[in-house]
Design a protein around this ligand. Sequence first.
Ligand code: SF4
Length: 72
Amino acid sequence: MTEKIWKVEKVKRCEHVGREIQIQNEVVYPADHLPDQPPRVIARRCSNAIECNMVEQASCVLCGTNPDVDPM
Ligand code: SF4
């Protein structure tokens, strides 16, 4: 059976909010009977994305309000 988990990719300081945030990846691990398949990253998020979505100012691609700014 496949397994999906959120893993922290990195901790970095975001200049937009002025503090440290986590960049997290949703990783899918293959089923046990498919051992040659590598894990796949299917989504990425920021630990502060909900707060950034609540402000009226556009932030970055990780919260979906500004596709031109990628904090990675
Ligand atoms: S969602 Fe984007 S702008 Fe907001 S804290 Fe995360 S990286 Fe920074």
